[in-house]
Ligand binder design. Structure first.
Ligand SMILES: [Zn+2]
Length: 337
């Protein structure tokens, strides 16, 4: 799919518009007012984009995002660009708000097969606390071969956190006939997926029909713990924790399941996102601030930057985009509403 810059009318959503008037901006060159062919509404070409209410040059906004995505903290970025740190975080939020629009591209695509991996990483929000009571848990879901980040959300490590990421996974179930979900020991991914999308299996047998995952959907969890020193029969290394549909192909080998690419990604996250760096004081001050940096990271990781192992931009590798996007392209994109 190719992203085209179409300004649609804010009144009637028509994409048929003609140039109405040209005007010059201080930092961003000439801009056009458009006139809707359908309803005659007049609107600016930046309507609905992050640049709509910004007077700063788009190149400066992109620079701030680029510096931050290399791991520099908010204050340091502000000092380098000679601006207030709050302006940097406002720009980040405007960029992060493009997540919904951009992720829609992957919901409009059909995939032959998808292998998702789930993992968690942890950082400190505001003050140090016991990990169990921390709001700095981050659940990350990644598509294996493309390294596309399907979702990442932060918060307490509880049912809400797992539900918030697995709701996105559910969106992909309709997009493919073959979806595997792998996790390195955490069972709540599979259990949450089951509670969100399991369905009654229609068969001719009497009694209440069994409840199973939709056809084509598999979940595998690694059995943790030292197996050598345990008595009794050896447990399999991986198990299917929830009931699967009888028509689902059981063709995952142990070596297929074994690799963990999210773990490798976590190392990059600690380097590239200052809020996840260890032994420093650049921790996030709030969960909403942390989520903002996660959304910015997800967009740049998926749509802008080549992955260090595949050499491709994940959204291109996954087949949802023909060519990578630049930071400025994303800043000029109209939000889907
Ligand atoms: Zn219109």
């Amino acid at each position: 799919m190719k992203i085209q810059k179409i300004s649609y009318c804010p009144e009637c959503h028509s994409t048929e518009a003609v140039p109405y008037k040209k005007y010059d901006t201080v930092h961003n060159g000439p801009r056009y007012l458009h006139k809707c062919v359908e309803c005659n509404a007049i609107f600016s070409e930046t309507i609905g984009t992050p640049m709509e209410h910004l007077k700063s040059p788009i190149s400066k906004v992109a620079s701030a995002l680029r510096i931050r995505s290399e791991g520099m903290g908010l204050r340091a970025t502000g000092r380098v660009l000679n601006m207030h740190k709050n302006t940097v975080s406002t720009w980040e939020q405007l960029f992060a708000d493009q997540k919904e629009t951009l992720m829609l591209y992957s919901f409009c695509h059909n995939f032959v097969s998808l292998v998702f991996e789930g993992d968690e990483l942890y950082t400190i929000v505001n003050k140090r606390s016991e990990p169990s009571s921390s709001k700095g848990w981050t659940a990350v879901i990644m598509e294996r071969s493309s390294r596309f980040i399907v979702e990442q959300q932060c918060g307490n490590k509880d049912a809400n956190l797992f539900e918030s990421v697995m709701l996105t996974v559910c969106e992909y179930i309709a997009q493919t006939d073959d979806l595997s979900f792998l996790s390195d020991g955490e069972r709540r991914y599979g259990n949450t997926l089951f509670s969100l999308c399991a369905e009654a299996l229609r068969n001719d047998k009497p009694g209440r029909p069994p409840v199973v995952l939709p056809p084509g959907v598999k979940v595998r969890v690694k059995n943790k713990g030292d197996q050598k020193h345990k008595r009794g029969p050896k447990r399999p290394k991986y198990q299917a924790p929830v009931k699967e549909h009888p028509e689902t192909k059981q063709d995952l080998s142990e070596s297929d399941i074994h690799a963990n690419h999210v773990e490798a990604n976590n190392a990059a996250m600690r380097r590239r996102n200052s809020a996840y760096r260890r032994r420093t004081n650049t921790y996030a001050k709030s969960t909403s601030g942390l989520q903002r940096t996660l959304d910015v990271h997800l967009l740049i990781h998926n749509f802008v930057r080549k992955h260090w192992t595949t050499g491709e931009v994940p959204a291109v590798a996954m087949g949802v985009l023909r060519a990578p996007l630049g930071l400025e392209d994303i800043l000029k994109m109209q939000q889907y509403s």
